[in-house]
Design a protein around this ligand. Structure first.
Ligand code: MG
Length: 255
């Protein structure tokens, strides 16, 4: 069931989004060769607490950390831990905040020091595909219009869209209806967008093949062919006019 948010709920979600975005920015600024990914988790947890929020992902279906940190061939759901970041890595920081019962969800992929030209382009195209989709995050468009915009842009730039995972509604739950796929099934249109819907739009883009597998920790999703993967996400409110990004993009590595 898709829930439409009231103005009062939207006001809370706006504040929740600012906190999630702030955590993304903080984590992005921490990334450098030699740090352990668990240090990011610690800082994000403290940041959430200091802002009166809860990390949405902590204990969600048993996830053991406050932020997903997915490095290189890891697509999503990487668990921060002992891993030491190295020059040339690319790191997806995915974080959700729960404030007064309402969630927000955002991510971005950041470079560690100097990265390859392929990696730079992958991160850039992935991020840009979100903004292509945003053009269709409007009243009377359909979910498939959003999905198609991501897929076309990514594929025309020679990369692969991950099909095993998708975006989603956000609100009282971190994952709500509707699903927001990053590709279009033949003939699919999806629901019509109406003001008050809040969607997490999150392209996941691989340099190589689209296929993925879940690693031995039962969380981390990897590319099957070992190629690198990028991810970008914001929480978006459908309005009567332009969409509103509830997780400010400042600190996403480009702004
Ligand atoms: Mg999400």
């Amino acid at each position: 069931m898709i829930t439409l948010k009231t103005p009062k709920e939207i006001e809370i979600m706006r504040r929740s989004g600012v906190i999630a975005s702030g955590a993304r920015k903080l984590a992005g600024q921490m990334l450098e060769a030699g740090i352990a990914t668990r240090a990011i988790d610690r800082e994000v947890r403290a940041y959430m607490k200091a802002n009166g929020a809860l990390p949405s992902f902590l204990h969600y279906r048993g996830f053991p950390a406050s932020v997903c940190v997915s490095v290189n061939d890891e697509v999503i759901h990487g668990i921060p831990g002992k891993r030491i970041l190295r020059e040339g890595d690319i790191v997806d920081i995915d974080v959700g905040a729960q404030l007064e019962g309402y969630h927000s969800d955002c991510c971005a992929t950041f470079p560690v020091g100097v990265i390859s030209d392929d990696a730079k382009r992958l991160i850039k195209i992935c991020r840009e595909s979100f903004f292509k989709a945003l053009d269709f995050a409007r009243k009377d468009c359909r979910i498939a219009d959003v999905s198609r915009a991501v897929q076309m842009y990514v594929e025309e730039n020679g990369f692969s869209i991950v099909r095993d995972y998708c975006g989603h509604g956000v609100g009282r739950s971190i994952h709500e209806d509707p699903e927001v796929p990053n590709y279009v099934e033949q003939g699919a249109r999806g629901v019509r967008l109406v003001p008050g819907m809040v969607l997490a739009i999150e392209p996941m883009v691989n340099l190589g093949d689209a296929q993925t597998y879940v690693g031995v920790d039962e969380w981390t999703v990897h590319t099957k062919d070992g190629s690198i993967s990028a991810h970008y996400e914001n929480t978006v409110l459908i309005t009567n006019g332009d969409p509103e990004i509830l997780t400010p993009i400042e600190g996403d590595g480009f702004v």
